[in-house]
Design a protein around this ligand. Structure first.
Ligand code: PMP
Length: 399
């Protein structure tokens, strides 16, 4: 396929989407597969948000909007940052895009020169390294496995070079669920203060899905001295069960957000006007559903931690947030399935769990840290219980 540009040669399709497709293909053949591949809330979007979209459409909010988003949605985002994160941004500092994914893509496109490095603490969200590569950059992966999947100042200092353009942080993390305290962030900030060439992308999209009474601290709040080189990324997908509406947003330094809006104006014009109106209702409206979702995710986290801990051969430290379990499977590697297949790596483990256990998961290789596999816990307790029983039965048969 020689007409495909060389920039695609190193880029993989999304591993979580691929896992879901494999599950769908098996289902189409009549196999009863539980799909724990993709991470999206299984709750319906709260009805007042849907109502707001309906009203906006009927009122004629059906035209292109400004590239950075409507004034109303940017005001609502600035209000959210003030109210929930203690961050003082105005609507002019805010840009809205088709999902946090497009925000990140635009930010990288606006800044990366060929060979620029982006530091990615593993396990990372699957799209980070692929976007970096697609835009000519070089992912630099750090593995902070022994510090609770949290990047430490020492590891950060070691990874920074004169070519470092970005540090990516994601808290709570997908797939680890790890979060950073104010003092963790300040310690990272102290390292960054010595390296003025480094920009920080703080992906805070799971901020409302936090467990055990933990409080969320935005990177922007912890390190205000780095404001001129920090992009705070967020969106409505996870907090408001709005993955399909495709609205993400960010606040950051004006030169960066302006450049991101220019890219957007030339690539997609604007985010869907109706989805922007729904986002205003989500951010400004009642927040009780957000709290209800959080509680449900915590109960599921408890169920999964308890179930996985009973399975001989798997390990899981309780995720502190988000809706995933990143399950260690080191003791399965090198062992044989009943069909005589050697489980060489976590991709083989995920394949085995899919084909013999009938549970779709995503191998740790996709997140840059092995041997693990990720399951999404954004599904009902009955389904999770059945999935754990299947995983247990499959693991028990490994020799
Ligand atoms: N960041 C992280 C860490 C995610 O897990 C996801 C979604 N899986 C996104 C960003 C993208 O979210 P959106 O739906 O807003 O594009």
């Amino acid at each position: 396929m020689s007409y495909i540009a060389s920039r695609l040669s190193a880029v993989k399709p999304s591993a979580s989407m691929a896992a879901s497709q494999a599950a769908k293909a098996l289902r189409a053949k009549g196999v009863d597969v539980i799909d724990l591949g993709l991470g999206e809330p299984d709750f319906p979007t709260p009805s007042h948000i849907i109502e707001a979209a309906h009203v906006a459409a009927k009122a004629g909010q059906t035209l292109y909007t400004g590239a950075a988003g409507t004034a109303e949605v940017r005001e609502a985002v600035a209000g959210k940052f003030r109210r929930e994160n203690g961050l003082d941004y105005t609507a002019d500092d805010v840009v809205v895009a088709n999902g946090a994914k497009q925000i990140i893509f635009n930010a990288l496109m606006a800044t990366l020169e060929s060979g620029d490095e982006a530091i990615l603490p593993a396990p990372y969200f699957v799209s980070y390294p692929e976007m970096v590569k697609l835009l000519g950059g070089t992912p630099v992966v750090i593995e902070p496995e022994t510090s609770g999947f949290r990047l430490t100042p020492e590891l950060l200092e070691k990874a920074i070079t004169p070519r470092t353009k970005w540090l990516f942080l994601n808290m709570p993390g997908n797939p680890s669920g790890a979060i950073y305290s104010q003092s963790d962030l300040r310690a990272l900030g102290a390292v960054l203060a010595r390296h003025p060439q480094v920009l920080v992308l703080s992906d805070e999209i799971y901020e409302h899905i936090l467990f055990d009474g933990r409080d969320f601290v935005s990177f922007g709040k912890a390190c205000p001295e780095l404001r001129d080189r920090t992009l705070i990324v967020n969106g409505v997908s996870k907090s408001y069960a709005m993955t399909g509406w495709r609205v993400g947003y960010a606040a950051g330094p004006a030169p960066l957000t302006r450049a991101m809006a220019i890219i957007q104006s030339q690539s997609c014009t604007s985010v869907c006007s109706i989805a922007q109106a729904a986002t205003v209702a989500a951010l400004n409206g009642p927040q009780d559903e957000v709290a209800r979702f959080r509680q449900a995710f915590e109960a599921r986290r408890d169920l999964v931690v308890d179930g996985i801990r009973r399975i001989n051969g798997l390990t899981l430290s309780p995720p502190e947030g988000a809706f995933y379990a990143y399950i260690g499977c080191a003791s399965l590697i090198g062992r044989r399935t009943p069909k005589g297949v050697v489980l060489e790596d976590d991709t083989a483990v995920a394949n085995y769990l899919l084909n013999e256990g009938r549970v779709a998961s995503v191998p740790g290789a996709a997140y840059g840290l092995s041997p693990y596999f990720r399951i999404s816990t954004a599904t009902g307790e009955e389904v999770l219980t059945e999935a754990i029983a299947r995983i247990n039965a499959a693991v028990a048969q490994v020799e």
